[in-house]
Design a protein around this ligand. Structure first.
Ligand code: 13P
Length: 339
């Protein structure tokens, strides 16, 4: 492990004014996204869609890194340039999702455990050769009646730390992603409690397994009420409670925190990030690693058609620019009108 190198990559991933594009939807998930726009999910269309995003002119001003899926990291642009090299040339760090998905956790009804540790050392070595310099592993914590259980939080934290240690051994920066889902009817206070417990457990495990915090990026959920909760908190409260939770549980040696969007609307995900950065300075960079909140508008504008590529790129660049500004503290809701 070369900690200086890992730290440099982590800092580049959370550089001021920039954030990470999560374009690592598995074949199953991207099919769902394509279904929503009535487009068939073929390998060529998935490639064309990713090329549209990666070649959006000037995206490198706002995008520091891209998380790819196994299929994508092996694909190329129409001119034959492999995607990892295309990104490298732009100064965008190529990344790779390495977990193999969240499966049912045995004897814990309603809960998930993320798999993918077997053979991970060998897979990481191959991804490094292909150009990946960071990786992602997503653990899923579900809020419900009597859950999450300690079993679920502890087993997922243990797996996250095992993954992170293997990444650092391979000189790949691990994005550590413990996602507390926002789909239930829980209050924002419940989300705070569960997120706090989860983060504490994750950092305990990272410590136990010798993971160097200077060489990771944390990808948490925001502290927010569940989608089905009748009382939704104001954006200011989401920002305040999220920053409080992170301040209490994330060591200052972590270079950066890049949030997932988790099903928030595009504009709300941006506003929350902007409000948190306005409350700074913080010990870590606070930025985005959005999937849906960066891509939804572009996906719709694209619709699977070549003639829409320019319009789709424009929609993607607009969200990227707004989120870059939210990281910088220069975002104003007026920016949304210019679109
Ligand atoms: P969303 O921003 O759509 O939640 O996706 C981010 C991600 O990479 C989840 O693992």
């Amino acid at each position: 492990m070369n900690l200086e190198e890992l730290n440099d990559i982590a800092l580049a991933m959370v550089a001021p004014g920039k954030g990470i594009l999560a374009a690592d939807e598995s074949t199953g998930t991207i099919k769902k996204r394509f279904d929503s726009i009535g487009v068939e999910s073929t390998e060529e269309l998935r490639r064309a869609y990713r090329e549209m995003l990666f070649t959006a002119p000037g995206m490198e001003q706002y995008i520091s890194g891209v998380i790819m899926y196994d299929e994508t990291i092996r694909q190329s642009a129409a001119d034959g340039t492999p995607f990892p090299q295309l990104l490298q040339k732009l100064g965008v760090v190529p990344g790779i999702k390495v977990d193999t998905g969240a499966k049912d956790l045995a004897l814990c009804p309603g809960e998930k455990i993320t798999e993918g540790l077997d053979g991970l050392r060998e897979r990481l070595a191959e991804y490094y050769e292909l150009g990946a310099r960071f990786a992602k592993w997503r653990a899923v914590i579900t809020i419900g009646e009597d859950i999450p259980s300690n079993t679920c939080i502890e087993t997922n934290a243990h797996a996250l730390a095992r993954y992170a240690a293997l990444c650092q051994e391979a000189n790949i920066v691990p994005i550590v992603e413990p996602e507390v889902l926002m789909d239930a009817d829980n209050t924002i206070e419940e989300c705070y409690e569960v997120t706090a417990h989860t983060l504490k457990t994750v950092f305990d495990e990272l410590y136990k397994q010798n993971v160097a915090l200077e060489g990771i990026v944390l990808k948490p959920n925001m502290v927010i009420a569940g989608k089905k909760c009748p009382t939704q908190a104001e954006p200011e409260q989401v920002a305040e409670m999220t920053v409080a939770c992170l301040t209490n549980h994330v060591p200052a040696s972590v270079p950066g925190i890049a949030f997932l969007s988790g099903g928030q609307s595009d504009e709300l995900a941006t506003l929350h990030l902007a409000l948190m950065n306005e409350m700074g300075p913080h010990p870590w960079e606070l930025t985005f690693s959005y999937g849906r909140a960066l891509q939804a508008a572009a996906l719709k504008a694209w619709g699977g058609k070549k003639e829409n590529v320019e319009a789709a790129q424009k929609a993607f660049l607009h969200r990227a620019k707004c989120n870059g500004a939210a990281h910088d503290g220069t975002y104003t809701p007026d920016m949304e009108k210019v679109a």
